[in-house]
Design a binder for this molecule. Structure first.
Ligand SMILES: *Cc1c(COP(=O)(O)O)cnc(C)c1O
Length: 735
């Protein structure tokens, strides 16, 4: 597996010590010195041929993808005589394996993207924040619903994370000074400590560094501490705006502290867009000097903005209002430089409300490339921002196939000759050889069964745990099944539908329970047992989202009773990447029921597809591209043209009655196939591997992004990127 890696596992010496690497910024672990230097050299080279990828969240928990730990276990590397190597080694073997710096799809996409950059050896690094309170931890009580509390975690003991040290004083951490301003244009310097997470490639022969700013430092002003602790803290607009500034305004200080020369910044959603204000300021200062403010004209500012645009690539992720930051001009003036307000007045005014700054509008203006996350989302984004329509292109999202394919499936794919190269080239599924079908089909059936058994066992253990909790604490278990006897819990091989994602109202988690008697009747009439597994978090300030979650809990008993115990609805609290991985590989079908066209892409369904699991989904986001006329799964709900009215998130426009009845019409078909024509069901699974794995992976997606970055690549690198791009081009479906 690690042929290209420099670690000499055969040497009797000390293989763990060989994984130490160091620079002026400290000592790290996981790749050889040579590899470390190669990466660093690319990021500091004078040509600036590299990219900083800025994202509010990065989801890359080491418990779902950790090639280094796999190697350590395989080679039985358990100890090192080298003191530091041993300390780090023990963290890798026994340390915590969650980094709770994500809330959902945006963050997991960022993590998957950075992993693919590592696998493809691209000169890219990530930039994000480190939240000591994570997003939040979720407890679920059947009477109360979701209860949230700060996540406890400890970056110091987490493998893959390293505090950088100050090159001038190696015993001290690297701290950068981030410029903030108050309403009187006074500079307030705020300190952030810099952590590096190493995203090591599958082959252990490269890594993508991710730099995380930790503002929760002793002595930090209260307004910083308040905004630093938890991702998407939305207790006030000022806190929200400050959190965004902590990301965007730290980008340039980071580059200068590290000596990075990148000429391209990729904004993953507009959260970090204040970096452009600082770049414009830099431009103005360099031309007009420190007193530029009194001499520059609006045209000077706009032409500086135009030059800055050449450095920015921007991805927009959602048509939903809550995803777009708007701040009152009055509030924002109290926390920004007068020069920034002039810039904002020129580039960030909201079209509908003259009293607000719209940061999405600003990101739309200042860039050289705007990317949406699916073809349908491109069309919707063009409708929403007609002034930029020509510039808006589609780069359909993907997932990191190496992260999301289960171990059982991976072992199978390794053994099938025509797809043996699937780890490096996920596109190879497209040329699956006919003679490999029988082996792949029986193997898939077996692996699926195994993953389903694991998932069901995991859930039954959870039910047991909740039952114990019920007698020991005040918490009412989130599942009705916990109150029943064990023989009534879940059984493997029963048709199992999974649904897991953030609980935003447009995602309509409760859609299929709109008419429980109708749903129960389908099961009872045909004696079809079905497990419905649900998971997901609602943002703590999102009351309607929390109500939907509570509604799911409230449906359990009614569904169970009306279906004579055939329909079992289980809620799994604390959704995270590990639960996602267990679910997408262990269920028989993946459900997505958003209101079209509000799900810009969706990625959990792609994770299911990677495992051959068919989707049952509204024809929205990626599914409009992955459905292939039903070869890979099923569609339901409204799938007609979309106009402005369809963008409404008002509860009365969410089409519950229409779309749920469309689901009830479809469901008997699916169950009939699952229970009576398993070979047809398996064909859909194989079709997912053939048709969807080659497209919806982040290797292909990052290859499309690399194209927009205009990097200078070696011939070999360029060829590799072209191969991925040639498999699918998101833009080619332009009407
Ligand atoms: C993949 C993933 C998501 C995104 O799911 P969508 O279907 O795209 O909304 C959210 N949370 C976690 C933990 C995930 O792994």
């Amino acid at each position: 597996m690690n042929a290209k890696h420099n670690i000499n596992v055969a040497s009797p010496a000390d293989p763990a010590a060989e994984l130490l690497c160091s620079s002026n910024f400290g000592t790290f672990f996981g790749v050889s010195q040579e590899i470390f230097d190669t990466v660093w050299q690319k990021l500091t080279a004078p040509e600036g041929n590299s990219v900083g990828y800025v994202s509010m969240e990065i989801g890359a928990d080491p418990d779902v993808f950790q090639p280094l730990k796999k190697l350590l276990l395989k080679e039985d590397i358990q100890q090192s005589k080298h003191l530091l190597a041993n300390t780090i080694l023990q963290k890798y073997l026994n340390g915590p394996r969650k980094i709770p710096n994500y809330s959902g799809g945006l963050g997991v996409l960022a993590g998957d993207t950075l992993k693919s950059f590592a696998d493809l050896h691209m000169p890219v690094f990530g930039i994000s924040l480190l939240y000591r309170g994570g997003y939040f931890s979720q407890i679920v009580d059947s009477k109360v619903g979701q209860i949230d509390h700060a996540t406890q975690w400890n970056p110091e003991s987490t493998p893959t994370l390293f505090p950088l040290c100050n090159p001038k004083h190696p015993e001290q951490p690297l701290e950068i000074e981030v410029p903030f301003f108050n309403g009187r244009s006074e500079l307030l310097r705020v300190t952030a400590q810099v952590w590096m997470k190493m995203e090591i490639s599958e082959q252990l022969d490269y890594f993508t560094p991710e730099f995380l700013f930790d503002y929760s430092l002793p002595g930090a002003p209260d307004w910083i501490t308040e905004a630093a602790g938890q991702l998407y803290n939305a207790t006030s607009d000022v806190v929200k705006a400050n959190q965004r500034r902590m990301l965007g305004s730290a980008v340039l200080p980071l580059l200068s502290a590290l000596g990075f020369t990148s000429q391209t910044i990729h904004l993953n959603e507009q959260h970090g867009v204040t970096v452009t204000l600082h770049l414009i300021l830099q431009e103005l200062e360099s031309i007009f000097g420190n007193n530029f403010a009194s001499i520059v004209t609006d045209d000077d500012i706009l032409s500086a903005a135009e030059r800055v645009s050449q450095k920015i690539v921007y991805t927009i992720h959602t048509p939903v209002k809550a995803g777009h930051d708007r701040f009152s001009r009055q509030m924002y003036s109290s926390i920004s430089h007068a020069a920034f307000q002039r810039i904002l007045n020129l580039v960030a005014l909201d079209d509908d409300n003259a009293h607000e700054y719209n940061f999405t509008a600003m990101a739309m203006r200042i860039n050289r490339s705007i990317n949406s996350v699916s073809r349908l989302h491109r069309d919707v984004t063009r409708q929403q921002f007609p002034a930029f329509a020509k510039k808006i292109k589609a780069i359909t999202n993907g997932v990191h196939h190496l992260t999301w394919i289960s171990d059982a499936r991976a072992a199978l794919f390794d053994s099938v000759p025509s797809i043996r190269n699937w780890r490096d080239v996920p596109g190879c599924f497209a040329s699956l050889a006919i003679e490999d079908y029988p082996e792949l089909t029986t193997g898939l059936q077996k692996a699926w069964k195994e993953d389903n058994h694991h998932l069901i066992a995991y859930i039954n253990e959870m039910l047991e745990h909740h039952r114990t909790q019920m007698t020991e604490t005040w918490i009412d278990p989130p599942n009705y099944l916990s109150r029943l006897n064990k023989p009534d819990w879940l059984e493997p091989n029963v048709f199992t539908i999974g649904f897991a994602r953030r609980f935003s109202t447009y995602k309509r988690a409760d859609l299929i329970f709109d008419d429980i008697p109708a749903l129960a009747k389908i099961l009872v009439d045909n004696d079809w047992p079905v497990n419905f597994l649900f998971a997901g978090k609602a943002h703590p300030e999102d009351e309607p989202g929390k109500s939907v979650l509570k509604l799911i809990l409230d449906c359990q008993e009614e569904l169970y009773t009306l279906s004579n115990g055939l329909g079992k609805l289980v809620f799994i609290p604390g959704y995270d990447m590990l639960i996602a991985k267990r679910m997408v590989s262990g269920v028989h079908a993946w459900l997505n029921s958003p209101k079209r066209p509000l799900e810009a892409s969706g990625t959990s369904g792609m994770k299911a597809a990677m495992n051959g699991v068919p989707n049952i989904s509204v024809l929205d986001g990626w599914w409009a591209e992955g459905y292939h006329e039903g070869k890979t799964g099923w569609k339901f709900g409204y799938d007609g043209p979309v106009d402005d009215a369809d963008l409404s998130e008002d509860p009365s426009t969410l089409l519950y009655a229409e779309d749920s009845s469309s689901f009830y019409q479809l469901l008997p078909n699916i169950l009939e196939i699952f229970y009576s024509q398993p070979e047809v069901f398996l064909t859909k699974a194989i079709n997912n591997l053939k048709l969807n794995v080659p497209i919806f992976n982040t290797h292909r997606m990052t290859a499309e992004y690399i194209h927009t970055y205009d990097l200078k690549l070696t011939k070999q690198e360029a060829t590799k990127i072209d191969i991925f791009r040639s498999l699918y081009q998101s833009e080619s479906a332009e009407e």
